[in-house]
Write a protein that binds this ligand. Structure first.
Ligand code: GDD
Ligand code: MG
Length: 334
């Protein structure tokens, strides 16, 4: 089976980390997010993945130079310009020659959905498209979905205004689509699947949806990206990955709790690191305190950081105490 994975977004909410690395290539517990996602699709019988690429395609070519990821054959579909979600799916599906039932996944989702059961639900309903749904506490930042008891979508509202819908069940970003959906998406046209195509399918009564309550997270924000990392090292999920990458240098007097230490990073003497992620190449000096931080750059001696995001170009001066800061500031990014 073929799948299209959407990986062309700008990753704006994860800046400054995404200034140097596209969101799907950021590691989650030391494995690139895209590898987690494609390995998961492979368990459901996906053999070919078309990557819907736009912004910064080169790092993807470099990450998978033989065009294979988790045993799955990759097809790189590079949009001439950002085409939004439906435009990107249509471009990639046509570019890869997809002409049978296929799966689509947002590239910033980590979940335990049994994708094969979504495909089965789709086939049983003879639907044109089928969404995976998940319950969330605050649905305002998602596509909110209302269904009937037979599993047909009655309403799809992307990023609803307060009071617009009472449903707290959201589009979880994995779809099964028939190739006929492509006829709703003219070639090379910027189009949103959530704001245009899904509401049209709802009006035609052809969009089904299956809700599950298993593990699901959108890693697109600093707090959820951090959470996705920690969930994979502390036994919150069925898989437990090592919290420390093989090639890193940690001083023996450093104290590290509930944190991920990435490939090639260094941690100096008497550091205290809690609930944090050091990304590949991070350099943390001596006596540094980190709490709930994401660090790619350099943190000088005696600095103390809480809830901070330090990008590859970020450099925290020795002795500084910071809370809730992003360095370099994403606003300064062009
Ligand atoms: N190729 C390409 N081109 N990909 C794109 C483009 C584009 O122009 N725009 C966005 N994407 C990709 C992003 O990289 C991401 O993988 C996916 O499309 C969804 O975009 P996000 O920007 O992450 O959207 P969101 O998180 O606000 O909302 C989406 O996901 C929610 C679940 O996490 C929607 O699908 C919501 O309905 C859904 O609830
Ligand atoms: Mg997202």
């Amino acid at each position: 089976m073929h799948a299209v994975v959407l990986v062309g977004g700008f990753g704006t909410r994860l800046r400054p980390l995404t200034l140097s690395t596209p969101k799907p290539l950021l590691p989650i517990a030391n494995v690139r997010q895209l590898e987690h996602l494609i390995a998961h699709l492979a368990t459901a019988g996906v053999t070919h993945v078309a990557l819907a690429l736009g912004f910064k395609p080169e790092p993807f070519f470099q990450a998978f130079p033989d065009g294979v990821c988790a045993g799955v054959q990759l097809h790189y579909a590079v949009e001439p310009e950002p085409l939004d979600t439906a435009g990107a799916i249509a471009f990639a599906a046509r570019d890869a020659g997809i002409n049978d039932t296929f799966v689509v996944m947002n590239g910033d989702i980590i979940c335990d959905l049994d994708v094969a059961s979504l495909v089965q639900f789709h086939r049983e309903h003879k639907a044109e498209g089928t969404l995976h749904l998940t319950p969330v506490e605050d649905p305002s930042q998602y596509g909110v979905v209302e269904t009937n008891s037979e599993g047909w979508v009655q309403r799809f509202v992307e990023k609803p205004a307060p009071g617009e819908t009472t449903s707290s069940v959201i589009n979880a970003g994995t779809y099964v689509l028939e190739p006929s959906v492509l006829s709703r998406m003219p070639a090379n046209q910027k189009l949103s699947i959530e704001r245009v195509v899904f509401p049209q399918m709802v009006a035609d009564g052809t969009l089904a949806a299956m809700a599950t309550s298993d593990y699901w997270i959108d890693t697109g924000r600093p707090d959820t990206y951090l959470q996705a990392n920690l969930d994979l090292i502390d036994g919150s999920r069925s898989t437990i990955l090592s919290s420390v990458a093989p090639h890193c240098t940690i001083d023996s007097s450093a104290s590290i709790a509930h944190s991920v230490i990435g490939e090639g990073s260094t941690v100096g003497a008497q550091c205290v690191i809690t609930d944090s992620v050091l990304l590949p190449g991070a350099h943390v000096g001596n006596r540094v305190r980190l709490e709930r931080c994401l660090v790619m750059g350099v943190v000088g001696d005696d600095a103390s950081l809480t809830d901070c995001v330090i990008g590859a170009e970020g450099h925290v001066q020795p002795g500084h105490t910071l809370s809730g800061e992003k360095i370099p500031s994403p606003e300064l990014a062009s």
